[in-house]
Write a protein that binds this ligand. Structure first.
Ligand SMILES: Cc1ncc(COP(=O)(O)O)c(C=O)c1O
Length: 456
């Protein structure tokens, strides 16, 4: 039962809507207005300082006010602030970025298509898969599978792929199916091993595929590690089992690396950290550190070949995004990648991640904490506890409520973390320093203590 919220006073309503909160809470009183940032810190209009311990939804990888990045954007604005990429013309800097990405991407001979947001990258990916199906003469091959709990975006198609919040938007659109998240801590039956659990999820995926008309499933979409779903790090056995099923049924694997790409998991791409080779990939967020909206669809060679064949047949690829391959976005991404390489930020993220993990694991025995997960420069405290017989001690809703309480206590202590269901996710900018991780974790400890006291 959803709580009935008080109707805000007419003068209090903001003239804008904010997402992932009740509409009635779009009020000045309940909103913090952030006006500047520096390093890993942001400041609101009351002068309060916060540590952005999620890089603001996993975006601001270089933190705030990175002068080099600002200079690169400014220079590009002066040189060529805009040019569209279509009809035999494109900004040269977009080509430079494509060449750099092709060098880095762990795909066989990839080609890239640009977009303006993560959602658009997902939509474009889905659209290209459909174009491929048409080009191959297999138009039925357009069903895709996502996972419950994963977030893939706000457009109709990406929200259909997202594993939740369907009913209120009358989604999903036709052709979207969902399978379980590899939530070993929450979903395992008492005593079930990671191997058994992974085999069960692989069976579920296979059953989902074979329930569909033969040859109609085009792709399985997943984040290598789902940040949106509360940082559910899959068991080591999960991806080999899933890959086996997909290969057996000729289904592509699309890794949505909108969050996990560009160093976040301690390697360039999350799929590398998880040891899985995707067929295609999507990137956004950290690729420009959020200084300009830009996303990437990285297409495997076979799909690219089919696009060529199909467009030869139709006469064109009738697709574009006015702001896709934006020169300022491309300049931002190129500079971002240069800084990440030059400053060894992928290795730095891995090193800082090990420190974060060590600090988070120190909370494993806290009475509120049921599980601690960490991977690369990301970690989560999970508030679902299990008893000595490996049975959950609370419902999901109860664990979610604990998570929210800790999140709010931490926010009051000036740290922005991310409550994702029953897990509190920490994933600071890639530039974070050891002492800053210590400070984040000192406040996490305090927030846990305050939340425990509040519960008594
Ligand atoms: C894994 C993942 N994919 C896609 C998206 C959508 O990206 P955007 O908000 O840029 O449209 C998000 C956003 O949080 C995400 O976490």
């Amino acid at each position: 039962m959803v709580a009935v919220r008080p109707v805000p006073d007419e003068n209090e309503r903001l003239p804008m809507l904010l997402g992932f909160q009740p509409v009635a809470e779009n009020t000045a009183r309940q909103t913090r207005f952030i006006e500047r940032g520096r390093g890993i810190y942001v400041y609101d209009t009351d002068g309060r300082e916060y540590i952005e311990a999620t890089a603001s939804f996993y975006v601001a990888a270089l933190g705030y006010q990175n002068e080099e990045l600002i200079d690169a954007l400014t220079a590009q604005y002066r040189e060529l602030p805009f040019f569209v990429s279509a009809m035999h013309r494109t900004p040269k800097v977009a080509l430079d970025l494509a060449e750099k990405l092709v060098e880095l991407l762990p795909l066989r001979d990839p080609h890239v298509l640009f977009g303006s947001s993560g959602s658009e990258a997902i939509d474009f990916m889905l659209k290209m898969l459909r174009f491929q199906a048409a080009a191959r003469g297999t138009p039925a091959r357009k069903t895709v599978i996502g996972r419950w709990g994963s977030y893939h975006g706000g457009t109709l198609a990406s929200a259909s792929l997202t594993g939740g919040h369907h009913e209120e938007f009358l989604l999903p659109l036709p052709g979207f199916r969902h399978v379980s998240q590899p939530d070993y801590h929450g979903m395992r039956t008492p005593g079930e091993t990671p191997h058994e659990f992974s085999a069960r999820l692989a069976r579920e995926l296979e059953e989902t595929i074979v329930r569909e008309p033969s040859g109609s499933v085009a792709a399985f979409f997943c984040e290598p590690v789902s940040f949106s779903c509360g940082f559910k790090v899959p068991p080591a056995e999960y991806f080999p089992a899933i890959r086996g099923v997909l290969d057996a049924h000729g289904v592509d694997l699309v890794c949505d690396e909108v969050v996990s790409g560009i160093g976040r998991t301690g390697q360039w791409f999350g799929s590398q950290t998880l040891g899985v080779t995707p067929t295609h990939m999507t990137l956004a967020k950290g690729i420009t550190s959020g200084y300009f909206p830009l996303s990437v669809v990285a297409l495997g060679r076979d799909l690219y070949d089919d696009l060529e064949r199909g467009s030869n047949h139709v006469g064109t690829l009738a697709h574009a995004g006015t702001y896709a391959a934006h020169p300022v976005g491309a300049a931002a991404a190129l500079k971002m990648l240069e800084i990440v390489e030059r400053d060894g930020l992928v290795a730095h993220a891995a090193e800082m991640g090990r420190h974060l993990e060590m600090r988070l694991r120190a909370f494993a025995d806290h009475p509120l904490v049921g599980d601690v997960r960490a991977l690369g420069l990301g970690g989560a405290l999970d508030f679902l506890r299990r008893d000595g017989d490996d049975r959950p001690l609370q419902t999901e809703a109860e664990a979610d409520a604990v998570c929210l309480r800790v999140y709010e206590a931490l926010f009051d202590l000036g740290v922005v973390a991310r409550p994702a269901g029953r897990s509190l996710v920490i994933a600071p900018p890639l530039i974070v320093q050891r002492s800053e991780i210590d400070e984040i974790c000192r406040r996490v400890g305090k927030a846990l203590h305050l939340s425990e006291e509040g519960a008594r």
